[in-house]
Design a protein around this ligand. Structure first.
Ligand SMILES: [Cu+2]
Length: 463
C-alpha cells in the first residue's frame, strides 16, 4: 500500500515494499506525531507509509533496501519518547526554508573568468563538484537535520553545504531513494516443509546513480543485487532459477556445506550450464548459519560484474545465537560490493546513490560486508571502531576483534557490529582512495553512518 513513488522505471516492476524507515528508527508513538507534522508540510503520500509503520505487525512500510529491522523484542535504544517525538516531528520535510537561518556568509563574487558562479575564494571546480555530490546524497534530509542535531550543529552543517545558496537539492529526494534499491528479502513458499524460492535471471537496465545513463546489466528477479533469501539453519531449501538471458549461466550458493555436490552450481564440474529458456532447481539443506551469498558461477567475471550477485542469510537454529538476542543488535544492513562494469559499488550503486546507515544513539547496528568484486576493499568507518564478530559466516568467538579499517577480500564476508554512542554524520568508505574520490568529488564506495541523538523517522523525506 505504500510502494515507493517510482522515480525509476524499474521500480514499477519490482513490487517494492518498504518497512520501517531507516529501518528500526520508527518509534510508533512518535511517528504518528511526526507524520501529522510531515503531512501538513509535505502534502500527500505520507499517510500509507506512516500508518503502516505505526501498525504493529505491518510489513508494508518503507524499508531501506539494504537494511532490515529486527524483530520486536530487540533491545530498544535509550532515547526517551518525548525527545524522540520532538526529533521526529522536526525531521519532517520543510523545503529549504529552515536552511536560510544559517549564518552562511555571502559568497564572494567569482572572477569573471571563472565558469562557476559564486566560487568562494581559493576554491576550484573540484570543490564545487565535491559539494554538489554531497548535496545530491542528502537531498531534503539536509534541512531536516535541524530538528535532529539542534540549532548550533545544524548551523555548521548548513554552512558546510552552502545552504545559503538555497540550492534545489534541499527540496529533492535523496539520491539513494531516486534509484531502485535491491537486496530486498523475499519470502519462500513452503511446500511439504521445503522453503521454495522461484527466481528469474534477466537482462536489465540498471542505474548506478540517478544521473548516469543506465547500464546494460543482469539481475536475479530483475534487480541488482538480487533478492535477499533468508532461511534458518537446517531448513530444506529449493531454489528454482529460470534463465531468461540469451546466454548460459549457473548459480552457486557460496558458503553452503552441500551434502550433494551436484547442487554446487559450477557448470562443467557439477552440472551442465543452464541454457536460455531453461529452468534449473537447486536443492539443499541450509547449513552452516551465517552471511552467505549466491551468484553466477559461469562466465562469472562478466556475469557477476554485471549484477548476478545477492545475499543468502542463514539464521542460527538456536534463537539464543541470533544477533538480536546474543549481541543486542537492533537493526542490520548488508553491503555487497562490486568493482566491475558498474564501477565501484555498494549494493549496485555508487555515491551519491548509496543508502546511508541511520541509527539512534544507543543502538547496535549489524553490517554484513560481502565482497562480490575482483579486488580487496578496506572498509573504514570514521569516529568508531567496528566490532568484528564473524568471518565468512563463522562466528569468531574469543577471536573477535575491533577495527576501524577492515579489508574484505573477493568472496569474503565479514559481520561487524557498530555500537553507536556519539551522534553525528560519519563517513564510511573503502580506503583505496581511487575507489572513492576523483576530480568530480566523492563517488563509488562511499556512504555515511548517521547517528541521531534520538530515534527519528526519515520516511517522509524519501518520496
Ligand atoms: Cu575499494
Amino acid at each position: 500500500m505504500d510502494t515507493v513513488t517510482p522515480q525509476d522505471p524499474q521500480t514499477t516492476s519490482q513490487s517494492v515494499t518498504h518497512a520501517g524507515g531507516p529501518a528500526g528508527l520508527v518509534d510508533a508513538a512518535v511517528t504518528r506525531r511526526g507524520f501529522l507534522r510531515g503531512a501538513a508540510l509535505a502534502g500527500t503520500g505520507l499517510v500509507a507509509a506512516t500508518v503502516a509503520a505505526c501498525t504493529p505487525g505491518a510489513s508494508q512500510a518503507w524499508e531501506f533496501a539494504t537494511s532490515r529491522p529486527l524483530p520486536s523484542g530487540s533491545p530498544a535504544p535509550a532515547a526517551s519518547a518525548a525527545a524522540s517525538a520532538s526529533a521526529a516531528a522536526s525531521a519532517a520535510p520543510s523545503p529549504s526554508a529552515g536552511m536560510n537561518m544559517s549564518p552562511t556568509p555571502a559568497p564572494s563574487a567569482a572572477p569573471s573568468s571563472s565558469p562557476v558562479a559564486n566560487m568562494p575564494p581559493g576554491w576550484s571546480e573540484h570543490d564545487i563538484n565535491a559539494r554538489q555530490v554531497v548535496r545530491r546524497y542528502l537531498g531534503k534530509i539536509a534541512p531536516a537535520l535541524k530538528g535532529v542535531y539542534g540549532d548550533a550543529a545544524f548551523a555548521k552543517l548548513a554552512d558546510i553545504l552552502g545552504a545559503g545558496d538555497n540550492y534545489p537539492e534541499l527540496a529533492a529526494v535523496p539520491e539513494f531513494a531516486q534509484v531502485t534499491q535491491g537486496n530486498k528479502e523475499i519470502r519462500p513458499k513452503i511446500v511439504n516443509g521445503v522453503k521454495v524460492f522461484e527466481l528469474t535471471i534477466d537482462e536489465i537496465d540498471h542505474k548506478i546513480d540517478a544521473l548516469k545513463a543506465p547500464l546494460k546489466a543482469l539481475g536475479y528477479n530483475k534487480i541488482w543485487p538480487g533478492p535477499q533469501l533468508r532461511v534458518t539453519e537446517g531448513d530444506k531449501v529449493r531454489a528454482i532459477f529460470t534463465n531468461n538471458l540469451k546466454e548460459t549461466t549457473g548459480v552457486h550458493f557460496h558458503g553452503v556445506a552441500f551434502e550433494d555436490f551436484f547442487q554446487d552450481g559450477v557448470p562443467f564440474i557439477t552440472q551442465k550450464p543452464i541454457a536460455p529458456g531453461e529452468t534449473f532447481t537447486y536443492e539443499f539443506t541450509a547449513t552452516p548459519h551465517g552471511s552467505l551469498m549466491y551468484h553466477s558461477h559461469h562466465n562469472a567475471t562478466d556475469q557477476v560484474g554485471r549484477g548476478l550477485l545477492a545475499a543468502f542469510i542463514v539464521d542460527p537454529k538456536d534463537p539464543a545465537e541470533s544477533y538480536a538476542k546474543k549481541y543486542g543488535v537492533t537493526q542490520e544492513y548488508t553491503w555487497i560490493s562490486n568493482d566491475s562494469v558498474g564501477g565501484f559499488t555498494i549494493n549496485g550503486h555508487g555515491f551519491p546513490a548509496v543508502v546511508p546507515i541511520v541509527a539512534a544513539k544507543g543502538e547496535k547496528v549489524l553490517v554484513r560486508f560481502m565482497n562480490e568484486g575482483i579486488m580487496m576493499h578496506p572498509w573504514h568507518l570514521h569516529g568508531y571502531r567496528m566490532r568484528v564478530v564473524a568471518r565468512d559466516g563463522a562466528r569468531l568467538g574469543s577471536a573477535e576483534f575491533y577495527a576501524d579499517t577492515l579489508g574484505v577480500n573477493p568472496g569474503e564476508r565479514y559481520d561487524v557490529i557498530l555500537d553507536v554512542d556519539r551522534p553525528g554524520v560519519w563517513a564510511f568508505h573503502c580506503h583505496i582512495l581511487p575507489h572513492v574520490e576523483g576530480t568530480e568529488g566523492m563517488f563509488g564506495m562511499v556512504s555515511t553512518l548517521i547517528v541521531t541523538p534520538t530515534k527519528v523517522n526519515l520516511t517522509p523525506l524519501l518520496t
